[in-house]
Design a protein around this ligand. Structure first.
Ligand SMILES: NC(=O)c1ccc[n+]([C@@H]2O[C@H](COP(=O)([O-])OP(=O)(O)OC[C@H]3O[C@@H](n4cnc5c(N)ncnc54)[C@H](OP(=O)(O)O)[C@@H]3O)[C@@H](O)[C@H]2O)c1
Length: 275
């Protein structure tokens, strides 16, 4: 069963489930990408900071799947923010990937203390106007950062990639996205493995002959989110994409909603993150 797509605010279509490749070595990336493409993945999430853009590009080039059938995201790292610096960083990313266009480019973190994300955003707008990127977005942006982009450029991001898993559900942030027409993408969608032994999730999973990971990913898809679980293991990759043959009930969606926790965040707080 193929992965459904979401249409972003600029008309770009993104597969709702992709493979995250954080913490994969550049030299292991081509093999993992080939394995993912064989399992049916057509969406890969990398970043300059992951150090594996070259391996991701090589994996796609070496596969039988045409480049235009794979949706690839990369991200601008924090030390390359600013208008000119972002343009140069994008050229380097494209050189490493070996592509002549990118599907989605994100500002990785707002880094409010640097105060350069509006200039970085203007560079991304230019790259999109030049046809070098299909869609542009952000990651880890809080509502006030999003409002500022809109106020100063009139252009809303297509997507905001944020930490989102059963123990950190970001309901208020999702409401802001919906109001502004911004899609929500979940990073660490499995809570980096933390939520997989949760008794509520394992109980729901057993009803369908599925795993807790599959229930989490299905919950995210049914909420209308984009999700990018990471696995370097072929069997778990297959497991994670095999979620389009069952449906959670409203009662089960409500049970999972109840797992949200005010202190469930795993990663840094974007309001203060400075690295
Ligand atoms: N924008 C940002 O700031 C940001 C931050 C963090 C992450 N991300 C993106 O989000 C992606 C995913 O996040 P993540 O890598 O932090 O965590 P994650 O996807 O929530 O969890 C990955 C962990 O779960 C394991 N796993 C995967 N599928 C499994 C399954 N079916 N059963 C049991 N274990 C399973 C993986 O191990 P195996 O590999 O051994 O299967 C790995 O240890 C990243 O790769 C990256 O692309 C973005």
């Amino acid at each position: 069963m193929s992965v459904p797509t979401l249409t972003l605010n600029d008309g770009t279509k993104i597969p709702q489930l992709g493979l995250g490749v954080w913490q994969m070595q550049d030299d292991e990336a081509p093999g993992i990408i080939l394995s993912a493409l064989n399992a049916g993945y057509r969406h890969i999430d990398t970043a300059a900071a992951y150090g594996n853009e070259a391996g991701v590009g090589r994996g796609i080039a070496e596969s039988d799947v045409p480049r235009e059938e794979v949706f690839v995201t990369s991200k601008l790292w924090n030390d390359r923010q600013g208008y000119d610096a972002a343009l140069r960083a994008f050229d380097e990313t494209m050189g490493k990937l070996g592509f002549d266009y990118l599907d989605l480019y994100l500002i990785h973190w707002p880094m409010p203390a640097q105060d350069r994300y509006v200039d970085s955003w203007k560079a991304l707008i230019r790259l999109r106007e030049e046809g070098r990127i299909r869609a542009i977005g952000v990651s880890n942006f809080l509502p006030d950062h999003l409002e500022r982009l809109l106020d100063e450029t009139g252009k809303a991001p297509a997507i905001n990639q944020i930490e989102l898993h059963p123990y950190f559900q970001q309901a208020k942030q999702r409401e802001v996205h919906a109001k502004l027409g911004i899609a929500t993408e979940c990073w660490s969608p499995l809570g980096q493995g933390e939520a997989l032994s949760d008794p509520i999730l394992t109980e729901i999973a057993s009803r369908y002959g599925k795993s807790a990971a599959q229930v989490i990913l299905r919950w995210q898809v049914q909420l209308g989110l984009v999700t990018i679980p990471k696995s370097a293991n072929h069997d778990r990759m297959r497991e994670n994409i095999s979620i389009f043959d069952f449906e959670l009930t409203e009662a089960e969606m409500a049970q999972i909603k109840g797992l949200d926790s005010a202190d469930g965040r795993i990663g840094p707080d974007p309001a203060t993150a400075d690295f």
